[in-house]
Design a protein around this ligand. Structure first.
Ligand code: PLP
Length: 277
C-alpha cells in the first residue's frame, strides 16, 4: 500500500521513521481517523477542525492547511484505489535527541495511510457486550493525541473480562468508551456526556445528536451515572468505524430486554441515510 510521509507518496516498505521521532519516544503527537465511503472522506470538515484543535492544544504548529491535507488525502485514496475504509493521519512534534523540552529546530512529521474496512453490519445488528472500567486518563481527553495507553489497557481489560469493549467512568460518572462515545436512552430521552475536556468530541457523536434532534428525539448533553447506565432502556456507542453500535449487555447484565432498542435502530437508519451525502 502507498503511504503519504513528509510530503511524498511512498510504498510502505520504503518508509523510514527515525528512532528520535517524538511520536515514538513520547507519544508526542496528534492524529485523526477518517471514514471513507464511496471513495470520499466522511465529514472531512469536522475531522480537520478537530485535528487543528488537537495540534493547537499540545502546541504543535500545523504543517499544512486543512485544504492542503484534504487534497493530499484525496490523492492517497486515489493511489490506493480505496472505496470503503479508513484514512489515518498523524502529526508528531518531530525528530530530535530525546529531551522532554520542545526541540528548537525540528519540524513536525506527518504520516498518513489508508486501509480497506467494511461496515461492521453483523455487530451493528446484534449489538456488543461492554464492561465498565475505571477511566484513568489525563484531563485533556478532548485532544486526540497519540497517548492511548489507558485506552489500550481498558480495551484489553474488557476483552479479558469476556466483553467486547469498555465503558469508562470517572467515579460515578460515565464518560465514554475506549475508542468511541456512549449514549443512553432513558425515558425516551437521549443522554450523553457534555463535550468538555473529559471526552473526545466525536464526529459521529455530533452527527448522531444532529440526527436525533431532526427526528424529534429529546437530547440532553449532561453527565449521567453508572446507576443511570445500568437502568437505561437503551445504550449505544458512536464512532467513526462502528457508526451507531448497540450495547446489549453491561457487566453481564442485559440492557433493557437484551436486544437493540427502537431509538438505536432509528438512529442507525438515519445515520445510514447520511452515507451518500
Ligand atoms: N472517544 C474516543 C476515546 C475515541 O478514540 C474516538 C474515536 O476514535 C471517539 C470517542 C469517537 O470519535 P469519532 O466519532 O470522531 O470517531
Amino acid at each position: 500500500s502507498i503511504y503519504w510521509v513528509q510530503g511524498e507518496f511512498w510504498p510502505k516498505e520504503e518508509i523510514r521513521v527515525s528512532p528520535d521521532d517524538r511520536g515514538y519516544l513520547f507519544g508526542d503527537g496528534v492524529y485523526e481517523m477518517f471514514r471513507v465511503y464511496g471513495g470520499k472522506l466522511y465529514e472531512p470538515k469536522l475531522h480537520f477542525e478537530r485535528l487543528e484543535r488537537s495540534a493547537a492544544g499540545i502546541r504543535i504548529p500545523m504543517p499544512y492547511s486543512a485544504d492542503e491535507l484534504h487534497e493530499r488525502l484525496r490523492e492517497l485514496i486515489r493511489r490506493n484505489n480505496l472505496q470503503e475504509g479508513t484514512v489515518y493521519i498523524q502529526i508528531t512534534r518531530g525528530t530530535a535527541p530525546r529531551n522532554h523540552l520542545f526541540p528548537k529546530d525540528s519540524a513536525p512529521v506527518t504520516m498518513a495511510y489508508c486501509n480497506e474496512l467494511k461496515r461492521p453490519l453483523a455487530q451493528m445488528e446484534a449489538g456488543i457486550r461492554a464492561v465498565t472500567v475505571n477511566d484513568i486518563r489525563w484531563l485533556h481527553c478532548d485532544y486526540k493525541t497519540l497517548n492511548l495507553l489507558p485506552n489500550v489497557l481498558a480495551k484489553q481489560e474488557a476483552v479479558d473480562r469476556g466483553g467486547d469493549d469498555a465503558i469508562l467512568h470517572r467515579g460515578e460518572v460515565v464518560t465514554e468508551c475506549s475508542a468511541s462515545n456512549v449514549m443512553i436512552v432513558s425515558q425516551g430521552r437521549l443522554i450523553t456526556h457534555p463535550a468538555n475536556h473529559l471526552i473526545l468530541h466525536g464526529v459521529t457523536r455530533a452527527v448522531t445528536l444532529r440526527l436525533a434532534a431532526a427526528a424529534g428525539i429529546p437530547v440532553e448533553e449532561r453527565t449521567f451515572t453508572l446507576d443511570e447506565l445500568r437502568a437505561a432502556e437503551e445504550v449505544f456507542q458512536t464512532g467513526t468505524t462502528i457508526e451507531v453500535m448497540p450495547v446489549v449487555m453491561i457487566d453481564g447484565q442485559r440492557v433493557g430486554d437484551g436486544q437493540p432498542g427502537p431509538v438505536t435502530r432509528r438512529l442507525q437508519k438515519h445515520f445510514e441515510a447520511t452515507l451518500g451525502d
